[in-house]
Design a protein around this ligand. Structure first.
Ligand code: AGP
Length: 629
């Protein structure tokens, strides 16, 4: 059964009880490693308890390191058996590279408060300036660090740790889950949740906090899932749950019945399905902090490009591989419409061995989820050698492509584990939309009013994708009827052609079936010869201006016995008679339809592959990041 579940990016753990705190939170972090991260850290409230043989006490001790947990563990020699309340964190970098100073926990200037965080603080730049003006010293580039200094500032004023955290959070806008430990209250953990998942594990004389259920399963299966706006105080004997304002809240614990492997996928059977369901949140996170109150696009990463500089670019060259290339195909249409310049899209492996017309007049856009794809990195270097300016859209902070770009716009999809890309694709497309809108606005090709309309349509996308996911059972039913077919065509025109490329790749790479995307208008120039009974033809018909043309394609396929699955906007019924199957998607702005219309086909690919008993998350012959040529 398909289900919807929240996602999470970083790994958060907390422990209070009679076990060694550092050893426990590290063990909990190990159970969250599957999610991918680039740095880690722990903090423990020591209290000089002779029984535990602690030296000193009444302080917070923090150890953190870039890299994997093994690196951190190598630094913990003196800390393994520290017994106080402890917190642990694995970071997936969003603001600031994967370095030790940027690793969590972050700590107060007096060293007596430590904080870990999952999410994005939208107003961190403003808060950072305010705190620095107030004399607070910063040691990292992260958005997170502003929160621990806000807590210290409030604590200096009221001397109450719980109230200080509540006060601090009233200044913060964005998505966060935090856990705080302090030397002032060495036997207590404080946590708050707004958007990123956080749970409490209820033990016997001990309690746990974590960003995901697998972390607590070896210790307890009784879990309370916190909801947005919850604030919880946890000691070894219990928890006190309220709203951020202090109103009592009741949440019933439930007993987790999943095995540990299922729990790693948030209850989904595969990472691919989990990541498909994370897309609304991933899109929202990619937009987060990049839409101004005036409904313009904010991309500080591109501020270096003045109107004059942008005007010097006579053409745009997009280079990428696979799914990232398909995202570039969407951008081509959108950017040419907005920027009125030639936008070429090349697969990186072709670009790098060609004789590309690239020079100082070229803006080269490099798209890559991993930021490590060998062909794409080589194409970037070739474009730079030819004098182009490099802007990249990357998901992994600090990756090679990111480091070698003149500017990077990060997608905020979070770690994508499944080899078949889903949430990375939709966030790449959204990031490319935002860059195009920003450049057009800077060049005064787009009025503020026109930009507002685009921005409103962009911000409607998470809900539109959520709505498609709500109808997943219809796709499940369709998949059961198509699972035995062996030949699939994916047809579209305009933006629908661009998305058909991605939809076809999904089926190919996880179900090992032949699936070919084609410009619908090209069918009569040859491929129509392949259509016969049994052949499935997925027809994207979301673009009103081209609907009649697509309807003709549907009829020509149907007349030759092909099985037509039509993807149409809600309310569109003119294809119902000619098509064998209809999948309706929410009517969104035409240019933005790929973000929505791809989702039912991601699900279809997944469901057919599952019905065929394919591996899904790790398909044969493929790797998540192709770092070799
Ligand atoms: C897509 O599902 C595949 N995983 C593959 O095509 C991928 O998009 C391609 O290898 C590019 O990877 P990148 O985005 O990490 O550069």
């Amino acid at each position: 059964m398909l289900r919807s579940k929240p996602d999470q990016m970083c790994g958060i753990t907390g422990y209070v009880g009679d076990r060694p705190g550092v050893r426990t939170v590290i063990d909990m972090l190990r159970r969250l490693e599957y999610r991918g991260y680039d740095s880690a850290g722990v903090a423990v409230a020591t209290r000089g308890d002779e029984a535990s043989g602690l030296a000193g006490g009444g302080d917070i001790e923090i150890v953190k390191a870039a890299g994997k947990l093994a690196v951190l563990e190598g630094e913990l020699h003196d800390y393994w058996d520290k017994y106080g309340a402890a917190i642990g964190h694995t970071r997936w970098a969003t603001h600031g590279g994967p370095t030790t100073p940027n690793a969590h926990p972050h700590y107060s200037n007096d060293g007596r408060i430590a904080l870990i965080h999952n999410g994005i603080i939208e107003n961190f730049q403003e808060l950072r300036g305010e705190l620095q003006a107030g004399g607070f010293r910063f040691t990292s580039e992260t958005d997170t660090e502003v929160m621990v200094h806000l807590v210290e500032r409030a604590y200096r004023q009221n001397g109450d740790m719980e109230q200080a955290i509540r006060d601090a959070l009233t200044h913060v806008t964005g998505a966060y889950s935090i856990v705080v430990v302090s030397a002032h209250e060495p036997d207590t953990l404080y946590a708050a949740k707004t958007a990123s998942p956080l749970i409490v594990g209820l033990g016997d004389g001990e309690n746990f906090l974590a960003s995901d259920i697998p972390a607590v399963l070896p210790y307890t299966r009784r879990v309370v899932v916190l909801e947005d706006g919850d604030f919880v105080t946890v000691t070894k004997t219990g928890m006190c749950l309220t709203t951020l304002a202090g109103q009592p809240v009741t949440r019933e614990p439930f007993t987790v019945t999943w095995d540990e492997q299922t729990a790693e996928k948030g209850g989904f059977p595969h990472f691919m399905l989990k990541e498909i369901y994370e897309q609304p949140r991933a899109i929202a996170d990619t937009l987060r902090g990049r839409i101004s109150p005036e409904e313009t696009v904010i991309l500080p990463e591109l501020e270096a490009f003045s109107q004059k500089q942008l005007g010097a670019f006579t053409r745009v060259q997009i280079v990428a591989c696979g799914t990232a290339y398909h995202a570039g195909m969407v951008a081509k249409r959108f950017w040419e419409h907005l920027l009125r310049r030639p936008v070429d899209v090349s697969v990186a492996s072709e670009f790098r061995y060609g004789d590309p017309l690239v020079g100082p007049d070229t803006l080269c856009l490099v798209v890559s989820q991993s930021g490590e794809t060998a062909d794409t990195l080589a194409a970037l270097r070739e474009a730079r050698r030819l004098g182009a300016t490099i802007v990249s859209v990357v998901n992994v902070v600090g990756s090679s492509i990111a480091r070698e770009s003149d500017a990077v716009v990060y997608t905020q999809a979070g770690p994508e584990i499944c080899v078949a890309s889903t949430k990375a694709y939709v966030t790449q497309v959204v990031a490319l939309y935002m860059i195009g809108l920003h450049l057009a606005f800077v060049e005064e090709r787009l009025s503020q009013d026109a930009l507002k309309v685009y921005v409103r349509d962009l911000t409607a996308l998470p809900d539109a994708v959520e709505s498609v996911l709500g109808g997943a059972l219809l796709v499940e039913d369709l998949a059961s009827r198509l699972a035995e077919r062996t030949t699939f065509f994916y047809l579209g025109r305009g933006y629908d052609y661009a998305v058909s490329l991605e939809a076809a790749l999904k089926l190919k790479e996880i179900s090992y079936l032949h699936a070919e995307a084609y410009a619908a208008g090209e069918m009569k120039h040859g491929p129509l010869a392949l259509v016969e009974p049994g052949v499935v033809v997925i027809c994207f018909a979301t673009e009103p201006r081209l609907f009649d043309k697509m309807l003709s394609n549907i009829k020509e396929v149907s007349a030759r016995g092909g099985t037509v699955v039509a993807i149409v906007p809600e309310g569109e019924t003119r294809a119902d008679a000619a098509a064998d199957e209809i999948l309706r998607i929410p009517a969104v702005r035409t240019e933005f339809s790929p973000v929505v219309s791809v989702v039912p086909l991601q699900l279809l690919a997944y469901l057919i592959a599952r019905a065929r008993g394919c591996e899904i998350d790790q398909p044969r012959n493929l790797a998540k990041s192709v770092t070799v040529e």
